[in-house]
Design a protein around this ligand. Structure first.
Ligand code: PMP
Length: 352
């Protein structure tokens, strides 16, 4: 017996590897944006004045939540911001999932969901995707204490049509349905237009992918008054000052630079569509991606070998040693130049 018996034992989420010197590798393993953030956001970094350090920041990050709310046409009172969507989602798990019935999420999805469920002792049940890795909406008609789906899903990259998302929300009026839209800007359909219709819906998005700001840690959610109230009550029970000044100021600048945001997304989508063709030419099965990454499996060579051989050549991709997806790789869409290096490396490896 000792203090160690009282320490929390939990198998944590394992993020993708962040190499010490990023300039030495082609980093296609954590779905970051290969292009820089808006120059307008970068400018702010150099212009922060002293009182931005000395004083606590506003607890509601009001300037940022107002800018986000205005951009998406949602009332500010129905907007919540947090330290990346991981923070928003973790808060939402505590705020929204307090039933004895299990929450539901797909068997193949963002691998943080089961970690939060374990951490907060929320009962959960995974719902298998079909053989094509698609969400089957009817499977979410069973009894549950809440639902969380990533749409487009990760790591599968597949988008669930909005009418199917609505089917799940509509048929579960007694549960909060969280739709995690981390990748929606690359070709998915947001559930934001459904917010006025369903009080049990929460939509979560992030600046980490489409706005190239993973390092600033900005995420946000939209939901009904009751849900936002619960979110704030939980937040103020843990840490009132989640958003620091630079994040707020840079976030506002990024939201205001719509032109750059749209142009960056268009570039990534174009590179992605080219990548689909290049990979299929090399005998990969490529799932239909509406994200900034591709989920691929080679017809002959095992994913783990490809993962290791690419890493040896300085190209980082993601692999999970998990049921159903063990022979897949998740490859973030990089710049055209980075992708060219990927195809060259694959040609060498596949020729062996
Ligand atoms: N949801 C999904 C599906 C993700 O893949 C990620 C990125 N790991 C996140 C949420 C969290 O992103 P962030 O905290 O950077 O907003």
């Amino acid at each position: 017996m000792g203090f160690k018996d009282n320490l929390r034992k939990i198998a944590p989420y394992i993020p993708g590897e962040q190499p010490k010197d990023v300039s030495k590798v082609i980093k296609l393993n954590t779905n970051e944006n290969p292009y820089p953030a808006s120059a307008k956001a970068e400018e702010i970094a150099c212009n922060l004045r002293d009182d931005k350090m000395r004083l606590y920041p506003p607890t509601d990050a009001g300037k940022l939540s107002r800018a986000i709310a205005r951009y998406y046409g949602v009332p500010e009172k129905n907007t919540f911001v947090g330290v990346g969507s991981d923070d928003v989602l973790a808060t939402a798990f505590i705020a929204c999932f307090n039933s004895d019935k299990p929450i539901l999420f797909p068997d193949v999805t963002y691998s943080f969901y089961d970690v939060w469920a374990e951490l907060y002792k929320i009962p959960y049940k995974t719902v298998p995707l079909d053989d094509d890795f698609k969400i089957v909406k009817e499977d979410y008609l069973q009894e549950n204490g809440g639902i969380v789906i990533a749409n487009p899903n990760a790591p599968t990259s597949i988008n669930l049509p909005l009418e199917d998302v609505e089917f799940i929300i509509k048929n579960n009026p007694d549960s909060v349905v969280i739709v995690d839209e981390a990748y929606v800007d690359f070709g998915g359909e947001s559930a934001i237009p459904l917010l006025g219709k369903y009080d049990n819906l929460m939509v979560v998005q992030t600046f980490s992918k489409s706005r190239s700001m993973a390092g600033m840690r900005i995420g946000y959610a939209f939901a009904s008054d009751a849900i936002i109230q619960a979110m704030n009550d939980v937040k103020f029970s843990i840490n009132s000052y989640t958003m620091n000044y630079p994040a707020v100021e840079m976030g506002v600048a990024a939201i205001d630079d719509e032109e750059y945001y749209k142009a960056t997304i268009a570039k990534i989508v174009k590179t992605r569509e080219k990548a689909v063709k290049e990979l299929k030419k090399r005998d990969f099965t490529v799932l239909d991606s509406k994200t900034n990454f591709l989920f691929i499996s080679h017809k002959r060579v095992k994913a783990l070998k490809l993962f290791a051989d690419l890493k040896n050549r300085g190209i980082f991709v993601r692999h999970w040693d998990k049921p159903r997806i063990g022979n897949f790789l998740r490859v973030t869409v990089g710049t055209d130049a980075q992708m060219k290096k990927l195809y060259e490396a694959l040609d060498e490896i596949l020729a062996e």
